[in-house]
Design a protein around this ligand. Structure first.
Ligand SMILES: Nc1nc2c(ncn2[C@@H]2O[C@H](COP(=O)(O)OP(=O)(O)OP(=O)(O)O)[C@@H](O)[C@H]2O)c(=O)[nH]1
Length: 261
């Protein structure tokens, strides 16, 4: 896809000179920081790939972007994004985790960090790299060593009570998205209630009700990304760790392995 490059430190350092881009309301990159790395996590099927496709569609005209996807056994999410035609195919890199998705975004981030850094070098200067986690459960969050900021995605069809159930993604991701709000009338969910539950759990951190067909909500999502990117460029953004998942075990090939996290 593109040449492998030596592994570099992932810290936000002066690795590039900014390129002004037409149409962006963002300030130029005064500190020459590397791209903002934005993770999108959440349970299976909540709309992570679609949210990333929407961000690419809306922002690729003003920001230089690339995407890393994670799937356990396939490259299906990368193929979905390539077929959506939202970015050049080479800017979308698939990581096959071969294990539970949180392993690759939190416990051993090497494959993802390599993919992010390869894209940043191959397409320098990039403004924004989106990293999609494989679909996991309510406890999966990104390591702050991999991404600078993270979105946790729920969807209304998963049940109106999910935002109340807590877990580090819901309570502490930088943005909680209550996705597919257009489906709420069909599944008997009160989106306002779900958003209020999320806000209560998050002590003021933002919650956004989103549907890809809702242009006002999509614009709010884009504005949030622009705001975090501006903070990142100005050195005002500090990556936060939403917190580890609970210790648990997985049965693999007849034996179990545990995660202490
Ligand atoms: N109605 C509606 N459907 C949506 C929306 N966003 C995504 N979907 C649908 O929800 C399904 C799952 O969307 P994906 O984007 O593949 O979800 P995902 O979280 O990436 O899925 P995994 O990678 O398998 O975990 C697809 O059928 C999408 O078309 C939305 O805003 N509204």
């Amino acid at each position: 896809m593109f040449p492998r490059v030596p592994h570099r430190s992932s810290t936000a350092g002066p690795v590039r000179t900014p390129t002004p881009r037409g149409g962006s309301s963002l300030p130029e990159n005064p500190t020459s920081t590397r791209a903002l790395r934005l993770g999108v996590a959440g349970p299976v099927g909540t709309g992570k790939s679609s949210l990333i496709a929407t961000l690419c569609r809306e922002l690729a005209g003003e920001l230089a972007m690339a995407v890393v996807t994670n799937d356990i056994y396939t490259d299906e999410d990368a193929r979905f994004l390539r077929s959506a035609g939202v970015l050049d195919h080479e800017r979308i890199h698939a990581v096959q985790t071969g294990a539970c998705p949180h392993t690759a975004i939190r416990d051993d981030i090497t494959a993802n960090l390599d993919a992010v850094e390869d894209l940043e070098l191959a397409f320098a200067p990039l403004d924004l790299v989106l990293v999609e986690s494989g679909g996991d459960n309510l406890t999966a969050t990104f390591s702050p060593a991999l991404v600078d900021t993270q979105v946790f995605c729920l969807d209304v069809a998963g049940g109106g009570d999910v935002a109340r159930k807590g877990g580090p993604g819901i309570t502490s991701a930088d943005l909680l998205v209550v996705n597919k709000s257009d489906l709420a009338p069909f599944v008997g969910v009160d989106v306002g209630r779900m958003v209020a539950d999320g806000e209560k759990a998050r002590e003021g951190r933002p919650v956004l009700a989103l549907a890809r067909s809702d242009t006002a909500a999509v614009e709010r999502l884009c504005s949030w990304v622009r705001g975090v990117l501006a903070d990142h460029r100005e050195g005002r953004h500090t990556p936060r760790d939403p917190g580890p998942m609970a210790p648990h075990t997985h049965a693999v090939d007849g034996h179990e392995h545990g995660h202490g996290h």
